[in-house]
Design a protein around this ligand. Structure first.
Ligand code: SF4
Ligand code: SF4
Length: 148
């Protein structure tokens, strides 16, 4: 269990859905809706930074982004690895897959659980339309063959 009390999604559900429905990287806004740095995180520093919601610059959101994976030249625009860099390089071309939110250590687990449990089916169908599956293996067929 998290050591710090996390955001109650019921209290932010409306604004959270608005954020997730915009065609723009959602991770920074989801970070701001979260409870901030958890004292359980093992940073070896003296000052108390619990509760701070700043971007850690870890680059996890950039590394996981499927749009940047498909368009690696966009990543050359900046060497920064922050949510600002993600917004600059992806912008309105965001797939709205929510992967950056799930990868961010500063976003509360309560928000991640909401996304996985309540939004993933919608996200998957949107991605299928946007990216297409012509070159992808038929996973249903693959599973059927593996089970027979
Ligand atoms: S495509 Fe997905 S991972 Fe990339 S910025 Fe948009 S929501 Fe985040
Ligand atoms: S994943 Fe890392 S770089 Fe991206 S917004 Fe979160 S803290 Fe910042």
């Amino acid at each position: 269990m998290p050591l710090r009390e996390q955001t109650d999604v019921k209290e932010v559900e409306t604004i959270l859905n608005k954020i997730l429905n915009i065609s723009s990287p959602p991770v920074a806004r989801c970070r701001l809706l979260s409870s901030g740095f958890n004292p359980g995180h093992a940073l070896n520093i003296a000052e108390d930074i619990a509760g701070h919601k700043e971007c850690l610059g870890c680059g996890s959101c950039i590394d996981i982004c499927p749009f940047l994976f498909r368009e690696p030249s966009r990543r050359q625009k900046t060497e920064q690895r922050t949510s600002m860099a993600l917004e600059t390089t992806v912008g309105a071309d965001c797939d709205q897959c929510d992967a950056c939110v799930l990868a961010c250590p500063q976003v509360d687990t309560t928000i991640k659980n909401y996304i996985v449990n309540r939004r993933m089916i919608e996200v998957m169908s949107r991605l299928e339309q946007r990216i297409g599956d012509e070159d992808e293996p038929d996973l249903d067929l693959f599973t059927e063959e593996a089970l027979t």
